[in-house]
Ligand binder design. Sequence first.
Ligand code: NAD
Length: 295
Amino acid sequence: MFGSVVVGIGTAGFVRIRDMLAPLPSSAAEKLSVKGFISRRILEEQQGVKQITVEDALSRDDIKVAFVCTENAAHEENIRMFLEAGKHVCVEYPMAMTHKTAVDLWDLAQEKGVVLHEEHIELLTADFKQLKKDVAGKRLEEGFLHFTGGPLKTGFGFPAFSGIARLTWLVDLFGELSVTAASMEEDQENKYMKMTAQLITKEQKPLTWIEEWAPGLPRAKDINFRFDSCTITQLPPATREPVGIFMQDLVLFSQKLLGQVPRDQLHAERCRVLHCLELADRIQQLSLQGSAQDT
Ligand code: NAD
């Protein structure tokens, strides 16, 4: 069994505890058992699970795994601390706020011989799986993905990082990308943010990615993918799967702990995660350069 601790009791932390308390029957997730949670607040028991200290979690031999579910800005410090202590880490996306940090963390995990896993539930939804099937074999001419939501919570970082799930979709659908331009509009007083990134595929086809955050904006994705044969403007209807997306991710992470995930899959996943973070870095850099020139 892999004793686990959950760090950060927000939406994601709550779900991690819930799923470990009732894992998918006969799945690898049954090998996880939650031993406690860590929070900067003093909290009551959560779903019957007790709060423990960081020191306790780091030193206890029966705790082998940490789930890092805090705001993004605290991910690096938490991941590093648990990896240094020889614990496996599952972190909610994005792993880090720079590409370089993610490379360092991955190297550290390798040096310590432990698993470092970045959750990507957006790839596990029924509608995305259907979209991927629909896109397969088609030649993209031009694409557009506009996400709205908001407002962006403090500690979640630059929109290219907090919105890494959308970028991951684009990379998973269309392969390696490059950034050709990026800009950012911001009205801090009204908590408004709009990031626009221009990307191109290896075949030099343009993709526009917009993240727009403001109070009152609905959480929604608008897509327009024009192919040589057709245009997709809506996510395909797909029946919700019986196994929830966080549970699917928990099973995948547990399979990694048990050494059940093939090396080439692990390698491909690491390449995708690092590629997305590298793109996010570049988008942030170009956006901030543009903002500096405007002022
Ligand atoms: P949340 O706002 O619900 O929770 C954030 C956590 O940060 C809280 O548990 C809290 O412990 C901690 N925190 C923040 N500020 C704090 C403060 N001032 N004092 C004490 N604690 C504080 O966020 P969330 O949705 O659970 O997101 C957590 C992570 O999970 C993020 O990295 C996010 O990108 C990732 N994620 C979330 C979802 C989701 O569905 N909620 C999906 C995918 C990834």
